[in-house]
Design a protein around this ligand. Structure first.
Ligand SMILES: Cc1ncc(COP(=O)(O)O)c(C=O)c1O
Length: 972
């Protein structure tokens, strides 16, 4: 028997030799190929009765350990489990474990069934659900093995974390990089000390000990994410600390392109659901994850020295180092606090005690007036008009607010809007772990508790108290280092007028950051205490985890009016091309075609405010704003289209346009294209046939609606060079048959760029020919410009202009009001007058003074800020960059559109054009994590719709494409 920590190279067995062993020992024959292994030799054999794995153990294996493995697999095979595991197959002599002499050594040979599926091996991104799958699987395996034991299970294999510290120390010299070697040494010392406090109470059991990315398999879900549900390798099976199982699983997640080490919490939460972790497990868990990383690095470097030709040992080194580095980057106290909060467990004893001590604190100031508590969150009125981007804004606002009461103070755990980052794939550290206190310079400050003073080189004064460490930044005249001070006695004076106050309950985490990311906040806001007692007012910022708000929305608001994302972030501010959630995370907004001039535009807000204070009434009164706005609109259209109706939405505009056409022609029948969306009112819905919006659309059309093929040359009925002619021919047939039936068309309506399909450009000549066909029989042509018009295409103001045609009626909305309800129908005087046969037209809010001021101001901004030109430049750039992605990523089938109305169409196969619907949804979810809001569109929801505010800059466009590329490369 070899020493338990010894590492041996793999047996020298090639494929022919393995085939012979399989034949001789197990009477198995088939197509054989080698599988990767760190220390053994494994071969997959495809046989007629199913696939099996031949396993030749390296010489350090003990018979007892292998018997224990087989026995555990047989034990599992007798249960009904939610996961799959291999089943051992006996040899020709009836024994499960055979022997063979290889290179002079007698080695053990086994055969087990092959579990089909793909592993998560590699570095690809793992989605939260996949991370949870891994944790759940580890928990299920642990649960299933609960009653199992075997005499061959002796602890102490190299992967057994109970012996991890000893293993790392024994082989530490093999670590090639001196810095990492030093770091591992330091970490292992700390880990040893933490484990010493809890190891006596950690549960010891038979555990799988390796439910990781490499050792689990699953089949891809519809979004092509592998969902692990099978465990394939029981080679590290041992009797050890139960919590070690989830440490292994969590560590394996850190190899992958996840955004934060706390991505492991999805797995830990799912594991805890199966096997509840104890208090001591929680203390031990992160140290064990770091230890696992250290073991991997040490073993990897050692194995690479021993067996440099073994790719299975050499290639994973980078990933193993990443596991250690990422795990090690998190202080143990913080990780414990995060795990506790994630699992809903109470704070650690140290934190609980500090919290209790803090309730006895006296206030820092002896002020007569209570401090004014200042809101610095995303919703703060003080930060409107982009003020949050001004340097030094926090001090400015606090100083302004302290004028009245003498003191102003910010809130604890507040996400500071001023700390948001407009273009960032990682969450910025926005959450305040202390408070800013503003008072007159020179104000005297008192010690809140008994404590000892120390000074830091950065000017910080620290008071060490029974409630932990109290940081005071901005204090002058504090007593010297080491001074003991009693509560309520003077501790110094305010130097600049602003004091940063932070209470750290867990001294091991000193120095703590002043701000942390929202992901880390559940831990940092536990170990940093709410300093309300030090100020004398309640300072806790309202929770940003307002899940109850979504429930309330569901209760009071029609659920059919859906929201983006299953678990939406709460967006409470927009600024230029960004939307900002309540954690002060900014997202690049790639979908808001309504907010053309960007979010929160002060010029627009001022214009509304001014007009609202003067007059807002209906268009039956006579006022200047309506004249000015309608004149401005008609300046944008050909001279014949000189008459405007003002309404409140795109649906109303389409409804009115169709109604006008029916009255003006004295006909009922309408032609519309399939797969289009035009609105929800009765008439606009009648021409809406998008199955995405209404799966029954085609069966429920009235008989006066005549549908023609969706003019989509990429995936429509007609494709290729002859597509335009075929679409036109089909259109002409429709017109002819309508006329033949005595129901010629009143109008034909379509979008001049196929917006609902994701910005697909119509076949060349289509619009000219169809308009001609309709007019030939006395019908009218309606261009629905609600989505694609108004400068968004960059190279044209109206989308119809790219086809050299002129409609009889234009419908417009969305962009006109930049989100304010505003819509218009623009037509000729004659058509408008003909509509008068049916009486007057009146819309209460359509054309109101405020709406008209909004409309005119939006036009001013588009012109003054050159937004149409910007849409052309940035749009061309986006098209070029997205098209370039097609060279590397076959998932992109096409890039559609023009200017800032674009679509990236995702397909499973470029030939068949099978839509990649689930992938599209998953990619959107992943892009949200990377700070981008983009959504699927099209009948098959497989097109990434890109129709951002027209303020999108080149840098923002690059950020978007970079993130999209990252997702395509690393996975979703
Ligand atoms: C082409 C088109 N027409 C009309 C409408 C309806 O506009 P609204 O939502 O303002 O009623 C939409 C809305 O998406 C649209 O895309």
């Amino acid at each position: 028997m070899t020493h338990s920590l010894e590492i041996s190279p793999r047996p020298k067995v090639d494929v022919e030799h393995a085939a012979k062993l399989a034949h001789d020992l197990f009477a198995i024959a088939g197509t054989i190929s080698e599988l990767s292994s760190h220390q053994d030799r494994n071969f997959r054999i495809v046989t007629q009765t199913g696939d099996v794995v031949l396993k030749i153990a390296n010489k350090s294996w003990r018979l007892g350990a292998l018997q224990a493995q087989n026995s555990s697999l047989l034990y599992l095979s007798e249960q009904v489990n939610e996961f799959t595991a291999p089943v051992p197959i006996p040899g020709v002599n009836g024994e499960y474990i055979q022997t063979a002499v290889i290179d002079g050594d007698e080695l053990f040979v086994r055969l087990i069934t092959y579990i089909d599926g793909e592993t998560l091996t590699g570095e690809r991104y793992l989605a939260p659900i996949v991370r949870a799958d891994l944790g759940r699987l580890a928990g299920q395996a642990a649960k299933a093995l609960e009653g199992f034991d075997h005499e061959g299970l002796t602890p102490g294999g190299q992967w057994d974390l109970m012996h991890g510290v000893a293993f790392v120390r024994q082989y530490l010299d093999s670590v090639t990089e001196p810095e990492r070697r030093k770091l591992i040494d330091q970490q292992v010392q700390q880990i040893e000390a933490i484990l010493a406090n809890v190891e006596d109470s950690l549960r010891i059991r038979a555990i799988h000990n390796d439910v990781t990315d490499d050792n689990t398999v699953g089949i891809p879900d519809t979004a092509h994410r592998i969902r692990p549900n099978g465990i394939i390798d029981f080679g590290d099976f041992t009797r050890s600390w139960l919590v070690g199982d989830i440490a292994m699983t969590a560590a394996s997640i850190l190899r992958h392109a996840v955004d934060h080490p706390f991505a492991t919490m999805d797995a830990i939460r799912a594991y805890h659901h199966e096997v509840p972790l104890t208090d001591d497990d929680v203390t031990a868990l992160w140290p064990l994850i770091v230890l696992r990383g250290a073991v991997l690095v040490v073993a990897g470097d050692h194995q690479a020295l021993l067996d440099p030709d073994n790719a299975a040992a050499v290639e994973p080194l980078e990933g193993e180092r990443r596991i250690f580095d990422r795990a090690e980057s998190i202080p143990f106290g913080l990780a414990e606090a995060v795990i506790r909060a994630t699992l809903g467990l109470p704070s650690s004893a140290t934190v609980a005690k500090a919290r209790e001590e803090l309730t006895h604190a006296t206030t820092l100031l002896e002020t007569p007036n209570p401090a004014c508590v200042v809101d610095l969150s995303v919703e703060s009125d003080a930060l409107d008009d982009g003020r949050f981007t001004e340097p030094g804004i926090i001090n400015t606002i606090l100083a302004e607010r302290s004028v009245a009461t003498g003191t102003a103070v910010s809130r604890f755990a507040e996400p500071y809007l001023s700390r948001t980052l407009p273009i960032s794939e990682i969450e910025p550290a926005t959450i305040a772990l202390g408070v800013h206190l503003s008072a007159a310079a020179g104000t005297s400050i008192r010690a809140p508790l008994d404590g000892e003073i120390s000074h830091r080189t950065n000017g910080r004064v620290v008071l060490t108290t029974a409630a932990g460490l109290i940081y005071l930044d901005g204090l002058s005249d504090a007593p010297a280092d080491g001074t003991h001070i009693t509560a309520a006695s003077p501790i110094g004076t305010l130097s600049t007028g602003t004091l940063w106050v932070q209470v750290l309950a867990e001294p091991n985490l000193d120095p703590a950051p002043a701000f942390c990311t929202p992901t880390e906040a559940i831990g940092w806001c536990d170990v940093s205490l709410d300093p309300s007692a030090l100020i004398g007012v309640s300072l806790r910022a309202p929770s940003t985890q307002r899940s109850e708000l979504l429930d309330r929305r569901d209760r009071s608001f029609a659920r059919l009016q859906e929201h983006y994302y299953d678990e939406p972030m709460q967006i409470e501010r927009g600024w230029r091309t960004h939307l900002i959630d309540t954690n002060a995370r900014s997202y690049l907004d790639m979908v808001n075609n309504v907010a053309v001039v960007g979010h929160g535009h002060p010029r627009l807000a001022d214009a509304v405010n001014k007009q609202m204070r003067k007059l807002n009434t209906n268009s039956r009164f006579h006022y200047g704003a309506i004249v000015e706005f309608t004149e401005r609109l008609t300046e944008l259209t050909p001279p014949e289209l000189d008459t405007v109706f003002l309404v409140n939405s795109g649906s109303e505009a389409v409804d009115l346009a169709l109604h006008i056409a029916q009255i003006a022609t004295d006909r009922m029948d309408l032609i519309a294209v399939r797969e289009a969306y035009h609105g929800w009112t009765l008439l606009s819905d009648a021409v809406t046939t998008s199955l995405y919006d209404n799966p029954k659309a085609l069966e429920t059309r009235p008989d006066w609606i005549h549908l023609v093929a969706a003019p989509n040359p990429y995936r429509g009925e007609f494709r290729g060079d002859t597509a335009a002619g075929d679409y036109i021919a089909e259109f002409n047939n429709t017109v002819d048959s309508m006329c033949a039936q005595g129901t010629p068309p009143a109008a034909f309506i379509c979008e001049p760029v196929f917006g609902n399909a994701g910005g697909v450009l119509l076949p060349e000549g289509y619009l000219a020919a169809t308009y001609e066909a309709v007019r030939r029989v006395g019908g009218l042509c309606i261009a629905d410009e609600v989505q694609v018009g108004y400068g968004r295409l960059g190279h044209h103001w109206w989308a119809y202009q790219m086809h050299d045609v002129q409609p009889d009626i234009i419908t417009v909305a969305k962009a006109m009001g930049n989100g304010q309800p505003l819509g218009a129908v623009i037509t000729t005087r004659a058509i408008a007058e003909a509509f008068g046969d049916q009486g007057n037209f009146f819309s209460s809010a359509g054309g109101s003074p405020v709406s008209c001021v909004v409309g005119s101001t939006v036009l001013d901004i588009i012109k003054d800020e050159g937004l149409q030109h910007n849409a052309a430049t940035v749009g061309d750039h986006l098209i070029a960059r997205c098209s370039a992605l097609m060279n590397n990523y076959p998932l992109i089938g096409a890039v559609h559109g023009m200017g800032l109305y674009l679509g990236v169409e995702l397909v499973v196969d470029r030939e068949t054009r099978e839509p990649a619907t689930a992938q599209c949804a998953a990619i959107c979810d992943r892009l949200r994590e990377l700070g981008v809001i983009v959504q699927p569109t099209g009948e098959r929801a497989n097109v990434l719709k890109m129709k951002p505010p027209m303020t999108l800059t080149l840098a923002e466009a690059d950020f978007y494409v970079d993130q999209l590329e990252r997702v395509l490369r690393d996975g979703w």
